[in-house]
Design a protein around this ligand. Sequence first.
Ligand SMILES: *[C@@H]1O[C@H](CO)[C@@H](O)[C@H](O)[C@H]1NC(C)=O
Ligand SMILES: *[C@@H]1O[C@H](CO)[C@@H](O)[C@H](O)[C@H]1NC(C)=O
Ligand SMILES: *[C@@H]1O[C@H](CO)[C@@H](O)[C@H](O)[C@H]1NC(C)=O
Ligand SMILES: *[C@@H]1O[C@H](CO)[C@@H](O)[C@H](O)[C@H]1NC(C)=O
Ligand SMILES: *[C@@H]1O[C@H](CO)[C@@H](O)[C@H](O)[C@H]1NC(C)=O
Ligand SMILES: *[C@@H]1O[C@H](CO)[C@@H](O)[C@H](O)[C@H]1NC(C)=O
Length: 932
Amino acid sequence: MALFTQLLVLHLYLISAVLSQVTEFISIDCGSTSNYTDPSTGLGWSSDMDIMKYGKLVQVENPNGNWMQYRTRRDFPSDNKKYCYNLSTKERRRYLVRATFLYGSPENEDAYPKFELYLDATEWATVIIQDASRIYVHEMIIRAPSDSIDVCTCCATTGSPFISTLELRPLNLSMYATDYEDNFFLDVAARVNFGALTKDVVRYPDDPYDRIWESDLDRRQNFLVDVAPGTERIRTSKNIDTRTREYPPVKVMQTAVVGTEGELSYRLNLEGFPANARAYAFFAEIEDLAPDETRKFRLREPYVPDYSNAVVNIAENANGSYRLYEPSYMNVSLNFVLSFMFSKTNDSTRGPLLNAIEISKYQQIAAKTDRRDVTALNAIRYMSAENIWANEGGDPCVPAPWEWVHCSSTPPPRITKIALSGQNLEGQIPTEFNHMQGLTELWLDSNSLTGSLPDMSSLINLKIVHLENNKLTGPLPSYLGRLPNLKELYIQNNSFSGEIPPLLLSRKIIFNYEGNPGLHNEAQRKMHFKLILGTSIGVLAVLLVLFLGSLILLRNLRRKMSHRKCDENGNSLHTSTKPSTANSVARGGHLLDEGVAYYIPLSELEEATNNFTKKIGKGSFGSVYYGKMKDGKEVAVKTMGDSSSHLNKQFVTEVALLSRIHHRNLVPLIGYCEEAHQRILVYEYMHNGTLRDHIHGSVNQKPLDWLARLQIAEDAAKGLEYLHTGCSPSIIHRDVKTSNILLDINMRAKVSDFGLSRQAEEDLTHVSSVARGTVGYLDPEYYASQQLTEKSDVYSFGVVLLELISGKKPVSVEDFGAELNIVHWARSLIRKGDVISIVDPFLVGNVKIESIWRIAEVAVQCVEQHGYSRPRMQEIILAIQDAIKIEKGNEGNPKLAPGSSRGQSSRKTLLASFLEIESPDLSKDCLVPSAR
Ligand SMILES: *[C@@H]1O[C@H](CO)[C@@H](O)[C@H](O)[C@H]1NC(C)=O
Ligand SMILES: *[C@@H]1O[C@H](CO)[C@@H](O)[C@H](O)[C@H]1NC(C)=O
Ligand SMILES: *[C@@H]1O[C@H](CO)[C@@H](O)[C@H](O)[C@H]1NC(C)=O
Ligand SMILES: *[C@@H]1O[C@H](CO)[C@@H](O)[C@H](O)[C@H]1NC(C)=O
Ligand SMILES: *[C@@H]1O[C@H](CO)[C@@H](O)[C@H](O)[C@H]1NC(C)=O
Ligand SMILES: *[C@@H]1O[C@H](CO)[C@@H](O)[C@H](O)[C@H]1NC(C)=O
């Protein structure tokens, strides 16, 4: 009974998981007039009436029985425009996008349509209808580049473009992640279910992600031919554990083909190839082999050295029968005709087996029109009362430009011409126009535009400007005379006023300004010449005085600035400063800037620390003690045990540096002492200790939640950014780590310990002999080359971010096994899209996964091999702020489910399989399974 209840609960859980997925499906039945639920699948379909204004509905003779979504299609005009559906997505989430095409019985058989399909600006497919009764399916797997995508048809060469359905299926986070997804979509070329029971496809609800698995019994031309003799179909009704990476449906894994004579071969055509592809094979042993039996085989064709040498041993790789083994090629070059063959090895008793394959082509993501141009166009296109032309969807330039714009042909496209003469535009010319630097022609004449001309001084390519017959007012801005390429300017019949910029009149351009009663032209200017001359001299005199005055002011200011170069966003700290008297600290021959850190006598410190009794930590050079000054201020007193000349220099360096640096995210130096062979630095006391204590649990309290971690990361990043860019010359910390990030009483973070800091400039000329830093945080490039840059701090900070996500230490045999360090371990998982496996178990269930993704991705960039590929601190700060926004926002993003059975166990298998995949020494005896 208990078992029964358990099963029931499990069942309910699964149903609810599936349902939650389904509510995010978008299923559009193009040409349908009503919304409905398809009883055979339970999926809701919606009409496209509200979202598509163009084209016409066409009833389709539907030979595909009960699939309701194929009763209608939508036909678009056969012109040179594009017709686009706009689907909303979550940025960076992965989706399956599917467009299908069933033409039905045509009236005119020789005009079968042929046209182009686009996803945003990216060419997706040429749709060619050859069989009116076949459903043509095009699937693209994408990581959404923004919060919406456009699916467009255009450019018919025969017939007119049409579409039957458009479907959007969100995928689970780690599915279909590739190393190339920043630049490539995956265009699905084949997804085949071998040993299928019928000719029907398998899809939702058998596949919760509604992928379409084609049957190998499909008899269309050239689909799976050259089948090896002795190929048999096998099936099982037992459950199969498919929890690997792509979660194929159990139903597809329950059938397979086996080569009983030792070989398994097929040939099929791959549309759109030759190309680079991602290819998967799905193997699950579904026969019960006797203990002395084995099934081992190799890939013989296509011959890829690493892979073809490897032996597939399903039972070994999947750790048993009825479990999926899912090897893949991350990037393989394939031809239009794909022949593949598996052959059994000599010592195997059984022939090869295959359950399914999936092959996708890498499709380079094409550049969309420059964002600034799109913003400007959007600003003007809704300024018209009758704006049919303004409703054209998709990208302004690709695949076909909007009717009223011209575009440059080099990617990313820029707008070169706006043609909106006589379109009833009302309102002011948008200020956003000033960012359209590609613009050469602007036609806004014969509208009802009002207001004055905005700043368009950046439009240096402008040649022809038509603004005549509007209601524009105000002066003619002087930049008009300075536009270097201006050839024609028409402003007649407006209400401009004031002086015409003299440059406009003196240049050889066509300039028509009739019908602006308020404008003073040159003739008038001449008449008033004397008056103007008189005024000008007066003005000049005033200007001269002003100019001299400001020069003096500037000099004074500069002088002040040069003393406080690092002081901008910093807090002004010390009012009670006292210049060091006898002990003035010299460095490189220069006196330390006066002020700021003040000299504290040893006796005062002995009193404050109760004779150095309360030790609170260990810095790079000595112990750190707690103290309380006479005025009640709590301090951390850092002593330096030894006073060798090296340390002496270090001490001097540190004081010199610290006294120049004030920022709210850097631990402030209060004072110093150099007396009786004692060298002591006195810092503000940080009540909450180090970040290390908080994430690695040596503090007896609740671990930090995600938002707190993000806040700390942002603070620390700002501190570092200030060191890198706020000071001149810039400063490299050289020892960024969690124990150098301190937390004040409000849990705000400050970066500490500049003991190892050096000014960047110094190291450009000096190559230091030892790489300094802490194991686990040390930039490998710096270690190898000894060339220190800010990017070394970025690397270390990347490690800190990974610690914040995972709660793990940077180096640990226990946690990372052979990979040893957090960077290799986390990077391989993140690159596969599996961020779940690295998240600190404490956070699971209390965090938005998209927020973690944002940090994970920037962290991986930070620990790139080469410094030049790493982001700057400024970019990291932006990423952290993004993540904070996502985490705070409550749009109901998916949260990580705590302890869900599937989550937990898949985490283990994922991890296990990745470790296997990534380790380099596997190539000999077992198939190098995947992914890189
Ligand atoms: C169909 O459903 C969509 C939402 O999915 C809604 O916006 C639209 O108004 C509905 N159309 C009809 C005809 O009911
Ligand atoms: C795949 O490999 C080829 C050849 O090594 C390379 O040129 C290409 O950039 C890689 N990635 C993709 C997505 O094609
Ligand atoms: C293989 O399976 C056995 C039992 O099913 C289990 O004890 C063992 O840990 C598994 N090995 C791996 C590497 O998962
Ligand atoms: C397997 O057998 C074939 C023919 O029987 C032979 O040519 C080949 O060398 C054998 N391979 C191995 C690895 O023993
Ligand atoms: C698509 O829809 C989104 C909102 O879902 C909107 O912000 C965007 O402007 C639309 N794109 C076009 C080209 O209409
Ligand atoms: C996504 O995958 C996780 C485990 O990786 C699982 O717990 C969750 O149910 C999946 N979500 C859906 C909607 O399938």
